[in-house]
Design a binder for this molecule. Sequence first.
Ligand code: SAH
Length: 401
Amino acid sequence: MSKPSEIWLKPGKDRSLLRRHPWVFSGAIGQVRGKPGLGEVVAVRSDVGVFLAWAAFAPASQIRARVWSFDEDTKVDAALIGRRIHEAINRRETVALRSTAIRLIHGEADGLPGVICDRYGDWLVVQFNSAGAHAMRDLLLAELVDHTGCDLVYERSDSDSVSLEGLEPRTGPLTEKARQLATQAASVAIIENQIHYSVDIAAGHKTGFYVDQRDNRHLLGKLARGRVLNCFSYTGGFSLASLKAGASEVISVDSSEPALHLAQRNAALNGVDLACAKWEAADVFKYLRQCRAEDQRFDVIVLDPPKFAPNSASVERACRAYKDINLLAMQLLKPGGDLLTFSCSGAISVDLFRKVIAGAAADADVPLHVMGTLGAGEDHPVLLQFPEGEYLKGLHLRRLR
Ligand code: SAH
C-alpha cells in the first residue's frame, strides 16, 4: 500500500487536536503532502512532523479534516467502524428511552464523524454528512445492518453539511428490503412517551422526526395546562404532549403545511379531543405579533425554532431573531406561566443563548425564574472536548408576575 497523504499544521495549530477536538479547520493547515482525495484517510502532523491523528480529508470544506483516531497504531478499517458502532449501540442499551425512536449513532460524540443513524421501529435512517463518512458508506452500512439486525435502511444524506463537505445529496432506500418496502417509508409508526406518531422518513425534516426533543416533550406533558401555544410545531410533538396532558386549547404554529397535516393525522392517532386543537399555518414572527396586538395570554408557550445560526458568521443575526421571538413570547405569558425555549444552533453556546434570553427578559420587562436547563436526550451524547456537539440547548422559564 502506498504511503498515506499527510497534512502538516501551522505552528501552534496542533493545540486543539492535542486536546482531542476532532476537527481540523482549513486555516490551521500549513501544507498538504500528497494528493488526498475526497474522504481519504490522511495523517495529521504538527509543524515539526509529530503525529497527531488519522483524519478524513474534505478538500472543499472549512472543516478540512475530521478525526477518526488520535492513535497512530489504529487502522481506519472495517474493524474500527464495527467497534465504534458496537460501542455506540451498547451505550444506549442502559438508557431507558421510553421510545421506539432512538438515535443510535451521534457523529463525532460516538467516534464516527458525520455519521447519524436514527432507529424508527424496524427502520434505520442514516445520514453520511461528511466526506469521511461518505467514503466509508458501504462499510458503515454493512456494519450497521450487522450490529442492529435491521435490514430496512433509508438514506437521508441531504443536510446542509453534505453540500458544505463538497458532496452530492443522496436519499433513498439502501437495502433490498428497503427498496421493496420503500412506499412505507412515508409513514413509519413510532411510540414515544406513550404517544403514537407517524414519521415520514423519506420527506420529513432531518431523518423524519426530532428525536432529540423526546425528554422535553415528556416534560411538557407534565406542565401543560390551560392555553398552550406551540411555536414551530412541525409534526406536533409538543402539541400532542399538551393535548394528552389535558390542556384546554393547544395552538400549533408552523410555516409548513405538510408538517401541520401530519401533525393533525398524529393527533387523530391518539384519540385526543381534537376540538381543543388549532393548527395555524403561519410565520411565527408575525403570529406572535398578532397575538400581542390581540392582547392574548397563554399558560404555556414553546419556542423550538429551526437552526437560526447555521455557521459562526450568522450568529449575530440569529441572536436578534432568538431575542425577538423570546421577547414576544414572554409578554404573552400569564403570570405563573411556563416558557420552554430552545436553540438548536451549534454555533450558539449555552452561555450566549442564556445571555440572549436574559436580554429579551430585560427588554420585555418580564421577571422570570429558570426552572431548569434543557438539552437533547441521552442518546445524543456530548463529548467534553467537542462543545459544538451540544447543539440543542433550552431553558424552562416561569413568569413570576
Ligand atoms: N418542535 C418540533 C420540531 C421543530 S423543527 C418537534 O418537537 O417535532 C422547526 C419547525 O419550524 C419546522 O417544522 C419548520 O417548518 C418551522 N419553521 C421554520 N421557520 C418558521 C417560521 N418563520 N414560522 C413558522 N414555522 C417555521
